[in-house]
Design a protein around this ligand. Structure first.
Ligand SMILES: [Zn+2]
Length: 69
């Protein structure tokens, strides 16, 4: 089941499988802990990834404001 948890976090499961994993995780302490760890790792990755992204986003914003001027 743990193998399915990363797919669950990534939203790579169909609805039936998603619900199966969700129901299992709510009753399985091991998977709950694993999910929390996984989510924390992903949040950290997202945080690190958004730093260069937010830079290009502000660049886009400044370009846009140039057009509107
Ligand atoms: Zn489990």
């Amino acid at each position: 089941m743990i193998a399915k948890l990363s797919d669950y976090i990534d939203n790579n499961l169909d609805e039936a499988m998603y619900m199966t994993v969700k129901n299992h995780a709510s009753t399985c302490p091991q998977c709950t802990i694993f999910l929390k760890m996984l989510q924390r790792t992903i949040d950290l990755c997202k945080y690190l990834e958004t730093r260069p992204l937010s830079e290009s986003f502000s660049q886009k914003l400044s370009k846009k404001s140039w057009k509107t001027l």
